[in-house]
Design a protein around this ligand. Structure first.
Ligand SMILES: CC(C)(COP(=O)(O)OP(=O)(O)OC[C@H]1O[C@@H](n2cnc3c(N)ncnc32)[C@H](O)[C@@H]1OP(=O)(O)O)[C@@H](O)C(=O)NCCC(=O)NCCS
Length: 200
């Protein structure tokens, strides 16, 4: 197993793997994402166009088995930046960490930790952002598809130094595995100080 970090053209080579892994991993709880290559193409075009985007890729031999993305929040569109602007925060102060998707059989070996380390290093090297930010889908406790014994990642994220901001939310819709229509989902942000500044 190895984890490498890519930007620019070298990163773009791995975007089909990112889509493949998003569709495989996010199909499960809690995202329930019923992805398609069409839908992924729209998503990836925006990501690929960002010059300061970065992608960590975990490989088993030559095969990508996990990916984790990041880019400056200011390069994201209003659906992500809106909650920050509404609070009067400067978008330039935040580096956005996108998805981390790792095939289940490779979990628990420290790859998720490495994904955070590599993205934080990229944020520090390529921007003056004070904070890292990511968001996670919110699901009701009694959701009918919640697996028995499902463990939230909250403790994992806290251990990485992030603080939950349950009132700082964005909304995205996607086609879910449990129905024919797109469903509007709420995602709440988590923040971490990258350079020692107090959290906003
Ligand atoms: C998020 C994800 C990439 C983490 O990957 P991972 O490689 O299994 O994580 P790691 O092996 O690096 O975990 C490292 C540490 O966190 C701990 N940990 C992992 N999951 C945890 C959890 N749910 N709660 C508490 N601690 C957890 C591990 O025990 C380990 O602890 P240690 O440092 O004391 O040894 C993986 O779980 C995943 O792909 N999940 C599905 C997609 C998803 O929900 N992504 C997040 C939103 S985009």
């Amino acid at each position: 197993m190895r984890v490498e970090f890519f930007t620019g053209e070298a990163m773009r080579v791995h975007l089909p793997a990112l889509s493949r892994l998003r569709m495989a991993v996010f199909r499960d709880w809690p995202y329930l994402y019923d992805g398609s290559w069409d839908n992924e193409a729209n998503y990836l075009a925006e990501f690929a166009a960002c010059p300061r985007a970065g992608l960590a890729v975990a490989f088993d031999g030559d095969e990508a088995v996990g990916c984790s993305s990041c880019l400056p929040l200011a390069d994201e569109d209003a659906s992500l930046t809106g909650p920050f602007v509404a609070r009067g925060w400067n978008r330039q102060d935040f580096f956005y960490f996108g998805e981390s998707v790792l095939l289940p059989q490779y979990r628990g070996q420290g790859i998720g930790v490495r994904f955070f380390e590599l993205r934080e290093a990229h944020a520090l090297a390529s921007s003056s952002a004070q904070f890292a930010a990511f968001c996670a889908v919110q699901r009701p406790a009694d959701h009918k598809l919640r697996p028995a014994g499902a463990v939230p990642l909250d403790a994992f994220w806290r251990k990485r130094g992030f603080t939950a901001y349950p009132e700082l939310v964005c909304r995205f819709d996607w086609k879910q595995v449990d129905g024919p229509d797109r469903v509007l989902n709420t995602l709440a942000f988590w923040l971490k100080s990258l350079r020692g500044a107090p959290l906003p």
